[in-house]
Ligand binder design. Sequence first.
Ligand code: FPP
Length: 234
Amino acid sequence: MLKKNENRILPQHIAIIMDGNGRWAKKKGLPRTAGHIAGAKTFKNIARYCNKIGLKYLTVYAFSTENWKRPADEVEGIMNLLRDYLKDAENFKDENIRVRFIGDRTPLADDIKELMAKNENDSKNATGLTLYIAINYGGRDEIVKAAQKIVDSGIKADEINEQLISDMLYTCDCPDPDFIIRPSGEYRISNYLIWQSAYSEFWYSDILWPDFTEKHLEKAIADFNKRNRRFGGI
Ligand code: FPP
């Protein structure tokens, strides 16, 4: 059991780039899909843990607008994991996690779209963690779509401000992430929450996502507590 630091301040919204599944599998001589299977287990474990410690918002990057470039069997493997998770979510109803999806659903399979809508609806009154799963999500695509919505709604140039743009994004009903975690030794934002991360704190680690545990999350949160956030002030 982890020792709880009762004095620590939890970020309000943690966003995670679940990176390193492919390298984890390669190291073990397994197919890349095995890495995603292990990554999906880690995701469920971390989401449950975040709910348990009282985190308000968690966003995970499950599939980007650029990930379609991967081999078809890998894309199918990730989509199947998503399917399994969505079907299985029925069993976790008592966990009180509110599930939402961000990203462009248009090109997704119909059954996945239906399961996503069902999960959102079934969990809409949950009062614990709000879990955002980014599927076919790209930050630039999100901003383009926001601009299109603004033009379509006939808003005048001088009525456009930062709040209005935030309100047009998929994340319109949640606060910006104050903490972004990227394991696997990569130091990039990879088109993730690029508008919302303007003042986010970043945390990197060499650990590969399938090996990421509650302990790593607690270490990251402890480091977050040492940050001096100035938001452009002094
Ligand atoms: C990045 O690692 C990971 C992905 C592109 C997919 C993430 C998907 C999951 C964790 C499983 C499905 C999620 C849900 C919500 C059920 P990578 O493949 O780029 O790793 P690499 O950089 O080592 O190749």
